[in-house]
Design a protein around this ligand. Structure first.
Ligand code: PMP
Length: 396
């Protein structure tokens, strides 16, 4: 049966993790995978999460099946967080939200739903994008093309190229956009650029799909969410996938959501009914624990405040590490303008190093980043940053 099965290539990032784990170098540093660690290099268990779990364990509940679209209070809380509980579109019942298995699950539900709705559409993702975007939409049956994004020469965004690509795309083309903290480059569009993108999408009849995996890691929860509000105000119908993996440090619980904005409550009801069919035929209904934790935190004023403070602490520490990296690189003798490092947002920095340099970083210094030059600045800390800066200088 399996004689003709070929070995699949290793996942580029998770494969890197395996290589890291096997490396005996005591000074090794993992800047490959997108995981936030604290200044001690530890994956944090947020206090708000521990408090919610304590509350939950004090009133233990039997685990029946959840509704197909997940915990009602969770979906409502996510909608409130992403779109604003008081927004007229929310109040009008125009937004359907379904709990999903992480942000990846939200993307896949959206992709499968779109395939049923618009089977001949093409998907556009940014060049470059999170590796899994292409694979996810291809596995849903779509051809995937790219729009220009990273401008290496100017260390920023190739905005004219992006706009030109969108303008030349057929109506119905699905455009995947990173709502904030672009992975892997760290470069986000400005407010004015978003306005232009929205206008082009609207004029061309394109279908926007926002991937919001890092809300709160850029400038703040509300600030990062402004992009979603802009789309809402435009009157477009669109998709938003949400991930709480990073913002709640709940990676392994797989907590996410898919929200679909439509034109009316009546339309939204039909859309949700179809979305539920996608869920039912994939995994029937989602798991309880992680979403219950997030719902408990978001729905309790006290725990929510705790979460916002802890998220701000993670965000501020990342910014501090960006400033420190600039300082350490300069101190190590790296010449030139390094301000791009602090202009970038979120967990990642596109360092501009090439694949050969990234391989040398691993082999000679035990510093693990992705061959594209992406490093996770959220894994830098006061104990490893000097060594990392010296290693980068050495391979440059
Ligand atoms: N989108 C982007 C841009 C991401 O970086 C990630 C996580 N690396 C995801 C989606 C998936 O998130 P999750 O781990 O919650 O599935």
């Amino acid at each position: 049966l399996f004689a003709s099965v070929e070995m699949a290539p290793r996942d580029p990032i998770l494969g890197l993790n395996e290589q890291f784990n096997a490396d005996p170098n005591p000074k090794k540093v993992n800047l490959g995978v997108g995981v936030y660690t604290d200044d001690q290099g530890k994956l944090p268990l947020l206090k708000c999460v521990a408090a919610a779990e304590k509350q939950m364990s004090e009133a233990p509940k039997a685990r029946g099946y959840l509704p197909i679209d997940g915990i009602v209070a969770y979906d409502k809380a996510v909608r409130g967080l992403v779109f604003g509980a008081e927004h007229p579109a929310v109040k009008a019942g125009r937004i359907a939200t379904a709990q999903a298995i992480g942000g990846t699950g939200g993307l896949k539900l959206g992709a499968d739903f779109l395939k049923r709705l618009n089977p001949d559409a093409q998907v556009l993702i940014s060049d470059p994008s999170w590796e899994n975007h292409r694979a996810l939409f291809e596995s849903a049956g779509f051809p995937v093309d790219v729009y220009p994004y990273y401008d290496a020469a100017n260390r920023g965004i190739h905005f004219d190229g992006l706009i030109a690509k969108l303008k030349s795309s057929k109506a119905g083309t699905i455009v995947l956009l990173h709502a904030c903290c672009h992975n892997p480059t760290g470069y986000d569009l400005t407010d004015a650029q978003w306005d232009e993108v929205i206008a082009v999408i609207q004029a061309g009849g394109l279908v926007p799909f926002l991937d919001m995996a890092y809300q709160g890691f850029g400038n703040g929860i509300a600030e990062d969410g402004q992009v979603v509000i802009k789309f809402l105000e435009s009157g477009l119908s669109f998709f938003v996938s949400t991930s709480f993996s990073k913002s709640f440090s709940l990676y392994g619980e797989r907590v996410g959501a898919l929200s679909i904005v439509s034109e009316s409550a009546e339309e939204s009801g039909r859309v949700l009914s179809q979305l539920k069919r996608v869920i039912r035929t994939n995994y029937s209904n989602p798991p309880t624990h992680g979403a219950q934790v997030v719902a408990t935190v978001l729905n309790s004023p006290e725990l929510r405040k705790m979460w916002e403070d802890e998220l701000a602490e993670m965000r501020d520490r990342i910014k501090l590490m960006r400033t420190a990296l600039v300082k350490e690189l300069s101190a190590a003798g790296v010449q030139g303008d390094l301000s791009y490092i602090t202009r970038q947002k979120g967990m990642f920095s596109y360092s501009g190093l090439n694949a050969a340099q990234m391989q040398r970083l691993r082999a000679e210094f035990g510093v693990y980043g992705v061959d594209s030059g992406r490093i996770c600045v959220a894994a830098l800390n006061s104990g490893n940053i000097q060594g990392v800066a010296a290693a980068i200088k050495a391979v440059m």
